[in-house]
Design a protein around this ligand. Sequence first.
Ligand SMILES: [Zn+2]
Length: 470
Amino acid sequence: MNHNTLELLDRTGPFLIEPDAVLLPEGPAPGWAVVVADGAFRAVGPAEELRRAHPHLEGVRLPGHLLMPGFIDAHHHLTQSFGSALAFGEPSEIFRRVWVPLEEALDEESAYVAAKLAALEALRGGFTTVADAGTRAGVDVDVIASAARDAGIRCVLGLVCNDADDLTDDRSEDADPAVLDRAEKHLARYEGDPLVHGSLAVSVPEAARSATLRQIAGLAAEAGATVQIHVNEHLAGVERSLLRHGLRPLEHLHDLGVLGPHLLAAHATLLTPRELTLLADTGTAVSYNPVASAWKGNAVAPALAMAERGIRFGLGTDGTRGDGFRLADAAEFAQRIAYGLASGDSSCGAGWTWLEHATRGGADAVGLRARTGTVAEGLAADFLLVDVANPELALSWDLPWELVRRGNRDQITAVFVGGRLRLWRGLPTAWDGPALVRRAAELARTTVERAPVTRTHPTSTAARTRSTAP
Ligand SMILES: [Zn+2]
């Protein structure tokens, strides 16, 4: 790679970028290139053709690199980044004991820094879009929008529309008008924003009145936005819904008319065959969060069955860790352990399934199919330049499989969002990443000390002491 490659790429463009290959939905296209201008892919095709068609552009050659779409994180909580490790070893439903108290202890500065830190981790892991499921921090949600924008990541930004106490049974007939008003304003606020896309959120179905669920679903559908709801994640949640409504959470949402292409159901790990049919029939999207299942869940979403049934789904981290390659790997691995081994399915999605749902499927699930998720003419230039000349990937026989199983964030040389270089070898190009990390470490300490977090699991070291005590 030419020594001034960074200089050539760190401009507003237009660019003609010539890697070894471009990853298309159909597979890698060797010898292809892209033209990027005004934040979007203007042309995608064989390098020679593009050179002829754009003689005025100086080509930027990237030998040993694959150009691929950026990953989409279909489920994140950007303002929970100060406490990732607080959840380790904890039983399920930690949101009550850890996340809500932690988020509620954030002020404007710490919420901004937490969200920007999460965005930086995501970019380092190759995510060019994150869907935030709505913060509980008592700050204007625009603080999170600013953090995402300043970090340079695309963000589907949820506004929490809870208006019921999920532990008491709120049967109010009418939606809280203040909540609906805020929801409408939130969706209007980010119309036309190049990086931030408004979305509505309800933590769990019990956290909003039935009328509210119905009306915000209507608002989102009308605006072409998504509603994000945690659904059928834990046994406790499913049983609460059965006791209250005689229906499982997803069935309850269906009963209210809330299912549809605008709904992004987070987790959906505990699904009956009937609920799979409801998802398929209504075009509802799911965020499959395999690492969250392993770390704090009760089950693994039946993603292979969803793929087979044509159910729309993306992959989400749920804030566990921000590495797109490791997420795709976990997606495959979890299906294999939970379903593939039992049925002798040695293919388990044949590699490509997980790349597809980590990129294009994710963009579709978060409502951005027309904007991002694929390297294609007219779409936003959200892409990665991945080093494929290293010991892990150079002896290639089957690149899509290799990316799923042997890829990781160290191999990402550059991250582009909206046609702008945002990260070069893990460091932001337009702002001071290490300084942000230092500030986050200070604020995380004081915030967690202040927050009334309840944990049941000891630290790893304390657990060892306990287990080795005579
Ligand atoms: Zn979540």
